[in-house]
Design a binder for this molecule. Sequence first.
Ligand code: SF4
Ligand code: SF4
Length: 440
Amino acid sequence: MLTALKRSFKGGVHPPENKKYTESKAIEEIPLPEKVIIPLQQHIGKPSKAIVEKGAEVKAGDPISEAGGFVSVPCHASISGTVKSIEPHIHPLGEKIPSVIIESNGEDQISDNITFNSDYMSLSGEEMKNLIYGAGIAGMGGATFPTHVKLSPPPEKKINTVILNGAECEPYLTSDHRLMLENTEEIIEGFRIIMKILDVKRGIIGIENNKPDSIKKMEDISAKFPEISVVSLNVKYPQGAEKQLIYALTKRKVPAGKLPMEVGCIVQNVGTAKAVYDAVAYKRPLIDRIVTVAGCVTYQKNLKVRIGTPLQHLIDYCGGFEGSPKKIIMGGPMMGLALHSLDTPVIKGTSGILMLRDDQVSAVKTTACLNCGKCVEICPMNLMPNIIAGFAKYERWDDAKDAFALDCIECGCCSYICPAKITLVQNIKYAKFKIMEDSK
Ligand code: SF4
Ligand code: SF4
């Protein structure tokens, strides 16, 4: 059922969408890399612990680490071959993280554990959740929060609405758009599994209206499930942020410092829903994902990539760089992470790789604050970014905390809009880091 209303939230910005380069590019499966680098931490929470040793032979889908606690997930081999080493390796966050490095045997043998269960919908919610946990699923929209934890709200928090996030509001990225077009049935099934686990009768799929083909396809496939509605959202960044999406779709406001479950909602990304289907119907772990490769490469594409594939392999497959990139980003230009090594692996939260030329990276010439108030006007969290960043500049962490720095969702709208080119979001992120460090 399509709800024709077009909805949105207060604040936000309209950066150039730049989706035209890849939105019509069908997903291509990239050839297997010669090696994969699988960080033992690709999720929020405790790192996983390796359960394989150097020299072990593995098949794609075999577990190679176990969860380090409840808020943690295991990792799996994404190719078949030999474990060459377990050592610290560069991670998208910029640090070296213990990682399992597997050299391919070129045969792509698949784990014997992966089998189809046509009767998967008759499993209990608890059985489904265990399969999701075992599959190592962490939020694939980029937040990488362990999915089984999100699906385990405390009993006193009554969930009545599950939201499927198909907004994909970051410029350039089209991986979710293509997934919604090409794997629609699996996503809807995954959504139904999530709804069954949470025992919820109301499911809403929110998609920005710059993806009319995805809206139509999701509407067609979900039409036989009256409990699911598809809602077209206004195009505005950050429409896909959880609190903004919940407000746009339900008009419920998640209180400061609280989680969506406070207002009876849980949000899952469309890629996560597809992974949930694979885990529950096939016992298939999360070993690959869709990645948009855009910017200054010869061929911009949407690729199906094994987790752990080095960035260089994606660039080679896309015909190499066109010119020399000034900046390489994992994710989109608003919230993505700058990368410094082409040996950085694709991880579970990698939705895109963006390479920007000199002329696409704005020269940062910062001036003093003009007191124009634009950052305050557009902040989707109703914060005062100029004030918080000012406290950060003078290391006034308590004042930054009192100004609700921890509520910042790091969307980058304030930095984007600031005419003085002040690096507001970087300063606020640092303030958050210091506040959290002080509270330990
Ligand atoms: S203060 Fe945080 S939430 Fe507000 S616009 Fe800046 S980055 Fe976004
Ligand atoms: S947008 Fe920039 S210049 Fe304007 S008030 Fe905010 S920090 Fe100051």
